[in-house]
Design a protein around this ligand. Structure first.
Ligand code: MAN
Ligand code: CA
Length: 256
């Protein structure tokens, strides 16, 4: 073997060291260029965008929440909803923390949609509240301050994009009773005597009716075809009354 020539194993060692060195340089270059691409000035600051949207959404939620705070039972439901939404958001944020490639666009899309939905909802709340409507359990209620016949009262509600109140629960009846007033409600038996129907065409259910004892009686065979709240000192406060009488009324507009 020629002593002037390096042996094969020494050459191999040099080659391995050289290629490892080259790999290191390549790796560093790749690292730097990726970082530059990610944090370059024209790349959107996703974290800031998401922070802003989240803050905006939460502000809207807080604002909406204040509308409900007057109605204690509903308040619980609102808190439950918000808690669930918050937990969902936490889960969403967690997945995007742990995944290698966070889908910033998807997160921003969802938050923007959520924010816009809340904005629309808040606009509806603002509109009805400014017009003097009261919110209770997913409905707005207009409490009239003048008196009309049952038919004219109903027309007034229809003009407002609502209808006379339909009472579906004890809580809703308590809501109407608290005013201690004689109000027309959306109940009538003009179509078929003795068959009481709500203005949306549904039959009055026996489990959610609040007739006062002895009512409906079409008093001494006078034709009483329209429902009102009358005996407000007790839970069962309804009475049938002649439809042409002028009375206050309550309109109801359901919100999604
Ligand atoms: C009045 C009317 C009737 C009602 C009786 C009850 O006459 O309101 O509809 O049934 O009072 O005493
Ligand atoms: Ca009666």
């Amino acid at each position: 073997m020629d002593k002037n020539l390096p042996d094969a194993s020494a050459t191999n060692r040099k080659l391995v060291v050289l290629s490892l060195g080259l790999l290191c340089i390549l790796q560093a270059a790749l690292n730097i260029s990726l970082r530059l691409a990610l944090y370059s000035s024209d790349a959107p600051d996703y974290d800031a965008v998401i922070r802003n949207l989240t803050e905006e959404r939460d502000q809207l939620k807080r604002k909406l929440n204040t509308f409900d705070s007057s109605d204690a039972p509903d308040h619980d439901a609102v808190i439950r909803n918000l808690t669930e939404e918050r937990d969902q958001l936490k889960r969403k944020l967690n997945t995007f923390d742990s995944s290698d490639a966070p889908d910033y666009d998807a997160v921003i899309r969802t938050l923007t949609e959520e924010r816009d939905q809340l904005k629309r909802k808040l606009n509806i709340f603002d509109h009805y509240t400014q017009e003097g409507w009261r919110y209770f359990r997913s409905s707005f209620y207009f409490i009239s301050s003048v008196k009309k016949s049952w038919g004219d009262s109903r027309d007034n509600c229809l003009q407002k994009g609502a209808d006379l109140v339909i009472i579906n629960s004890k809580e809703e009846n308590e809501f109407t009773r608290q005013f201690r007033r004689l109000f027309w409600i959306g109940l009538t038996d003009t179509e078929t005597e003795g068959t009481w129907k709500w203005v949306d065409g549904t039959l009055l259910s026996t489990t959610t009716s609040y007739w006062h004892p002895g009512e409906p009686n079409s008093y001494f065979s006078t034709n009483e075809d329209c429902g009102e709240t009358k005996f407000n000192e007790v839970e069962d406060n309804w009475n049938d009354e002649k439809c042409h009488w002028q009375k206050f009324w309550i309109c109801e507009k359901m919100v999604a």
